[in-house]
Design a protein around this ligand. Structure first.
Ligand code: ZN
Length: 241
């Protein structure tokens, strides 16, 4: 099976369109979206339509859940909150109904998926470092956990009690290791690379590959400004932070 796994689109239609076109050429058998289709960006309705067209298994991110009042908006900083209140006004009933179907945890058998962390997934904790990874390794039984939320593409592997952190863009899953794989963000990367990040997991070869894709960042940023959203949300797209 070839899995297309991606996260954190954040209403960035320009980035998601490029990702959509890329995946369509990659013979993907199953798509899994790890959450946060909305929030921050200016195109909530159109990214939701595109997501429905792709038809992935969908996990709910903190922004998705807050947008439909399933999660406390006070969790967020001022800019995120402002964008969420704006998003709530834009969502149509069909969008809300779709977001309501998003799950918290998905188990594919050989791997699990969450938005933030396998430890208390409903609280959307982050996996930022080796200590966070260590805690979370004891909260899943499969070999791999795919997640997003921090918008930083990286991998933690556990072997004989030791955790290794890596930024490799292609690697083999080794039977003697356990993995936490952060697939980065499509629509608002924060690892100092502005390009959209996507992941493909080939379960026959047991190989994970990340890819960065250029998109029209100027268009996405200008839409944020035109919508009257906080200008920092436009600015950060250029630098990827
Ligand atoms: Zn996010």
């Amino acid at each position: 099976m070839r899995y297309g796994i991606f996260s954190d689109v954040h209403s960035n239609l320009e980035a998601f369109t490029v990702v959509f076109d890329y995946y369509k050429k990659e013979n993907i058998d199953k798509f899994i979206f790890l959450g946060d289709i909305v929030g921050y960006g200016a195109d909530p309705n159109r990214v939701i339509s595109l997501l429905r067209e792709l038809g992935p298994v969908c996990l709910g991110g903190n922004h998705d859940w807050a947008a439909i009042a399933k999660f406390d908006i006070d969790y967020f900083n001022r800019c995120a909150k402002e964008a969420l209140l704006w998003t709530q006004k834009k969502l149509k009933m069909e969008d809300i109904k779709y977001l309501e179907t998003f799950k918290l945890v998905y188990n594919e058998g050989r791997f699990i998926c969450v938005h933030g962390s396998p430890h208390e997934p409903e609280k959307f904790h982050y996996v930022f470092d080796v200590n966070d990874a260590r805690l979370n390794f004891s909260f899943f039984d499969t070999r791999i956990c795919f997640l997003g939320h921090s918008h930083v593409c990286e991998v933690y592997s556990l072997r004989d009690g030791q955790i290794r952190r890596s930024k490799d863009y292609s690697f083999e899953i080794l039977p003697q290791e356990k993995y936490i794989i952060n697939v980065g963000s499509v629509g608002q990367p924060r690892d100092r690379d502005w390009r959209a990040c996507v992941c493909i997991y080939d379960s026959d070869k047991d190989v994970v590959t990340f890819k960065r894709l250029e998109y029209n960042v100027k268009e996405a940023a200008n839409k944020i400004l035109s919508a009257g959203l906080p200008s920092i949300l436009a600015k950060r797209l250029y630098a990827g932070y």
